[in-house]
Design a protein around this ligand. Structure first.
Ligand code: ATP
Ligand SMILES: Nc1ccn([C@@H]2O[C@H](COP(=O)(O)O)[C@@H](O)[C@H]2O)c(=O)n1
Length: 211
């Protein structure tokens, strides 16, 4: 079974995807980490004319060794850098087959990102599109960063999340929209357990109808 989970920044899609993977005993790929790794690799080139060339080279050279430093990868800076490399079509193409192969491994997988249900796995068995209002997302991300000991400026964080979403939605190569056959799940008023229960109910319902 392939479960595609998409949604905006800090909507909780990664947490939900990990929960679904545990629930169904499936492997899980967070595709945001791939873009974050490429973004970090070319951070020194941001704003320079050679940014695109280096980003494409970094995407083509990406391997598991670039995905080890989770603290660095999950920083707010890495998220912003990721959204800059994500607008480069050759970066997206360089990583697409890896994502597809991961999803199509025997038994399937849970895979989360922005374009999983629309571009990477349009054939997924179940597609979820996770949303939460901007203020809730900012607060979740703020608490996540504070738990890591970081001092958070909530005003700046709110705008950073909004800007990243806007860049992602406007990305002509991004495929970031709710697929017509995706199930919308708004987690604004749901805690993590309630959101997971709701997601499992959707997946079970879809799979039961397919059986
Ligand atoms: N339903 C929820 N209620 C409260 N907190 C949540 C909920 N879902 C996730 N969180 C928390 O919000 C934070 C962000 O969640 P998560 O990393 O899953 O979001 P994301 O959509 O994958 O983010 P990004 O796109 O930036 O990678 C985490 O600290 C997570 O524990
Ligand atoms: N399938 C994807 C996944 C991510 N991106 C871009 O990477 C940024 C970081 O992703 P997170 O899920 O870790 O927040 C995101 O803002 C996108 O720009 C993507 O384009 N496609």
């Amino acid at each position: 079974m392939i479960i595609a989970v998409d949604g905006p920044a800090a909507s909780g899609k990664g947490t939900l995807a990990a929960g679904l993977a545990r629930h169904y005993g499936l492997p899980h790929l967070d595709t945001g980490l791939l873009y974050r790794a490429v973004g970090l690799a070319v951070a020194d080139h941001l704003g320079k004319s050679d940014f695109e060339v280096y980003a494409v080279a970094a995407a083509r050279a990406l391997d598991a060794a670039h995905l080890i430093d989770v603290d660095k990868l999950t920083s707010a800076e890495a998220g912003v850098l990721a959204s800059h490399v994500a607008v480069i079509n050759d970066v997206r193409l360089a990583m697409r087959q890896y994502q597809r192969d991961y999803a199509h491994q025997p038994g399937g997988a849970v895979i989360d990102g922005r374009d999983i249900g629309t571009v990477v796995c349009p054939d997924a068995d179940v597609k979820l599109f996770i949303v939460a209002d901007s203020k809730a997302r900012m607060e979740r991300r703020a608490r996540q960063l504070e738990a890591k000991g970081q001092v958070v400026d909530r005003y700046a964080l709110y705008h950073q999340i909004e800007q990243r979403d806007a860049r992602d939605r406007a990305n002509p190569h991004g495929g970031f929209y709710q697929a017509p056959d995706a199930h919308l799940l708004d987690t604004t008023l749901l805690d993590i357990e309630a959101a997971l229960r709701a997601a499992v109910a959707i997946v079970d319902g879809v799979m039961a109808r397919k059986a």
